[in-house]
Ligand binder design. Structure first.
Ligand code: FES
Length: 130
């Protein structure tokens, strides 16, 4: 597998920095209760860009066995789709802003604010939009 594709996540095999074709960063028109991903596709400590059923794209992070957080992957600086976490940080490929995978908070500029969180919840082995 191409290294760039591997770094871009386990679920949505997309080029870093851009949403999947036809996708918009964020939940799109997905509604509460829509299934976003399965826990089996998101090992503990990992993260991935996933396509929502509503034409959107989210960055999912699984910091613990029973915890999954979702962020709009659009960088708050200029909108580039950020990379899934690697080496303890979420990095924007355009100007290298960094974000905390656990919270989405900015840890290195030029971005001055963190990634926007999107509410999700677990239902068994599924990650649902909350
Ligand atoms: S677009 Fe992400 S740091 Fe500039």
């Amino acid at each position: 597998m191409h290294r760039r594709t591997l770094l871009c996540g386990l679920l949505a095999l997309t080029a870093c920095g851009t949403p999947s074709p036809g996708r918009t960063p964020g939940p799109g028109s997905a509604r509460p209760g829509d299934r976003i991903a399965g826990l089996a596709d998101l090992p503990v400590g990992s993260g991935a860009l996933v396509d929502t059923p509503g034409g959107g794209q989210l960055l999912l992070v699984r910091p613990a066995d029973t915890e999954v957080r979702a962020f709009n992957p659009a960088c708050p600086h200029q909108g580039t789709v950020v990379n899934p976490p690697a080496g303890g940080a979420i990095v924007c490929p355009t100007h290298r802003s960094e974000f905390d995978p656990a919270t989405g908070a900015v840890t290195r500029g030029p971005a001055v604010k963190g990634l926007a969180e999107v509410a999700v919840r677990l239902a068994g082995q599924d990650v649902l939009l909350a």
